[in-house]
Design a protein around this ligand. Structure first.
Ligand code: PGA
Length: 313
């Protein structure tokens, strides 16, 4: 192992975590041949194969599993070391590791702006992924803080709400329902519906709403991003239910409109979450307090409230 490098271990850890060379390459901004080469060299240093390919699936060998556990321990220790050093240096420099669900990307970068201006020495590493994969990261304790709308009930976590995250029904502005008032929920189940992908928190919330009412949606399309869904709505493919934050940058000429449906908007919240008992670095603690104390004000100053007030929505 003396010939193995930290870089090779990082590459290996990402491949093992994603179970995929392609996704590891994407995460690390490397090409796939580079990732394969790094893993090959590491495997040579270990003296045993680390992965085996069966059909299209990738499996860790026994040696691979041992090395993966070792890597996780090693990187946790290194992160602790970085935290101690950042604490010793005070807030002058260090990295804030945030992991946020896809929909939160409409809010968090805008909140980070004033924070980073206040603390110019702080770099931010922002992971954006769907609900399911952010929960995986939380279980593995990969980041400092996690932002989501549905904190897990089955994990021991500390949870604080900091901002409203209402769900609204979106349609093309010329949709026949656009001018109706107090539309019954049942009416929505007759419309072609565009749904977020499995694993999305928005999808879970929408599914639960209709299940609770004993209604079935006519899902025409499953799409993996809020932006694609907005384009599909604008293309007249159907209606959808998304966070109002997805409209943050829509102007008065947006092709989208919010339908007036009974029981809507559905009130949800953004929560900042971390494993219970985790010792937050001074940087993470500062951002945590900033979110709780100023998050709402900063989000409102720069968001959809302006659009709402302009009349179209
Ligand atoms: P999503 O989560 O981006 O995975 O849909 C958002 C949410 O839970 O509100």
């Amino acid at each position: 192992m003396k010939n193995a490098t930290l870089h090779q271990l990082k590459v290996f850890e990402a491949v093992a975590r994603h179970n995929s060379f392609t996704r590891a390459a994407e995460e690390l901004f490397l090409t796939q041949p580079t990732v394969s080469m790094q893993v090959k060299q590491l495997s040579k240093a270990v003296g045993l194969p680390l992965f085996e390919q069966v059909g299209k699936r990738l499996y860790l060998t026994e040696a691979g599993k041992e090395l993966y556990t070792t890597c996780r321990e090693l990187f946790d220790r290194l992160a602790q070391f970085e935290t101690s050093i950042a604490n010793l240096k005070g807030l002058k420099q260090g990295t804030l590791r945030l992991a946020v669900v896809t929909t939160a990307k409409y809010v968090i970068p805008r909140l980070l702006g004033p924070f980073c201006q206040r603390y110019p020495g702080i770099d931010v590493s922002l992971t954006v992924d769907n609900h399911e994969r952010i929960i995986d990261g939380l279980i593995d304790n990969r980041d400092d803080l996690y932002i989501m709308s549905q904190p897990p009930d089955d994990l021991d976590v500390t949870v604080h709400p900091f901002l409203e995250n209402p769900l609204v029904v979106l349609a093309w502005h010329n949709h026949p329902l656009a001018k109706e008032k107090d539309i019954p929920l049942k009416r929505l189940s007759e419309e072609p519906f565009i749904m977020r992908e499995p694993g999305s928190g928005t999808r879970q919330a929408v599914q639960k709403l209709f299940d609770d009412q004993g209604l079935e949606l006519k899902v025409k399309l499953d799409l993996g991003s809020n932006e694609t869904i907005k384009q599909a709505i604008a293309g007249g493919l159907g209606i959808s239910i998304l966070s109002i934050h997805t409209l943050a940058l829509e102007g008065p000429n947006s092709p989208l409109t919010i339908l007036d449906v009974e029981g809507f908007p559905i009130q949800r919240y953004w929560y900042v979450v971390y494993p219970a008992g985790k010792q937050l670095s001074i940087i993470a603690q500062t951002f945590f307090e900033y979110l709780l104390n100023e998050g709402k004000t900063v989000a409102e100053q720069t968001s959809f409230q302006g659009i709402l007030n302009q009349g179209r929505f």
